[in-house]
Design a protein around this ligand. Structure first.
Ligand code: NAP
Length: 264
């Protein structure tokens, strides 16, 4: 495996992460796919290896477990995988009134969306910058720029990803590493996403993206060196428009639109 480059994708067993795996595979990139240890990950590996002449390795772990990210970094070192692209995609959320959701759930969200991201960057940045060109894509959300009532912790955690990525990008400006942040609107992936879409009825179809669209747009934007990637023209326009709106008015509007989440 020595001297071969690999793209490491977290949360690659389903949803947007899986779409990233296929998008990267189409472009001939070798892959290291990480997700919770279950059969899905190996299924994705099999599908990819049947379709594309690339190397696909899988690593099942709960990234939030103590020492898990360090063990993953050690695994890459031991196998001499030249990680030159990192897609920090794994993440989770919860919707509802703040006081109705158990604290444990919030701590899991912050742990996976933020602590794991910082750990991944801490252990893999030194590996990435050994390459002449290296890439890091961090998964935020449109909700980072439009703080959503009834998803306060998730929104806050994605805001962290957003700000962290832009700051890190600037620090790395004169080196080999490009950092981009992707901010999708709603994407039909898991049963939770489906439930959220249903709650919005017809309105949702204007902003809905397929996982494949997010992955294509995200990977293109990253390779072109763009900073903030908002898939979908309507979503992009909404983010720009909402920036012009006074904060108080914007927040009341968002509360109205997303009140349906209050009982989730
Ligand atoms: N879906 C949306 O509407 C949407 C919109 C904007 C942003 N996003 C963001 O996009 C990312 C992916 O979302 P998605 O909807 O595709 O998610 P998903 O379908 O729920 O998939 C999550 C992936 O992360 C893995 N994962 C979860 N917890 C993990 C842990 N502790 N350790 C290792 N892997 C773990 C899962 O592994 P298993 O398969 O083994 O469970 C799975 O591969 C998230 O960061 C999410 O916040 C999603």
């Amino acid at each position: 495996m020595k001297n071969e480059t690999f793209t490491l994708i977290t949360g690659a067993s389903m949803g947007i992460g899986k779409a990233f795996a296929f998008t990267c595979a189409k472009r001939g990139m070798n892959l290291l796919l990480v997700a919770l240890p279950d059969a899905l990950l190996e299924e994705v590996q099999r599908e990819l290896q049947t379709l594309y002449p690339i190397k696909v390795m899988v690593y099942g772990t709960d990234l939030t477990a103590e020492g898990a990210v360090l063990k993953l970094a050690d695994f890459c070192k031991e196998k001499q995988l030249g990680i030159n692209m990192l897609i920090n995609n794994a993440g989770m959320g919860a919707g509802g009134r703040f006081e109705n959701i158990p604290l444990d759930k919030y701590l899991q969200i912050v742990n996976l969306n933020n602590k794991v991201l910082v750990l991944m960057c801490h252990y893999f940045l030194p590996v990435l910058i050994q390459h002449e060109h290296a890439y890091m894509l961090n998964m935020s959300s449109m909700e980072a720029t439009l703080p959503l009532p009834y998803k306060a912790v998730y929104t806050g955690s994605k805001n962290f990803v957003y700000a962290f990525s832009l700051a890190l990008r600037e620090e790395q400006r004169h080196g080999p590493l490009t950092v981009s942040v992707v901010c999708p609107g709603p994407v039909m992936t898991n049963p939770d996403a489906l439930k959220r879409m249903d709650a919005h009825g017809n309105r949702a179809k204007w902003v809905l993206c397929r996982p494949e669209e997010v992955a294509e747009y995200g990977l293109d934007g990253l390779l072109k060196g763009k900073n903030i990637l908002i898939p979908g023209k309507v979503n992009w326009f909404l983010v720009k428009l909402m920036k012009l709106c006074p904060t108080g008015l914007k927040m009341r509007l968002l509360e109205r639109l997303f009140r349906v989440y209050s009982t989730h």
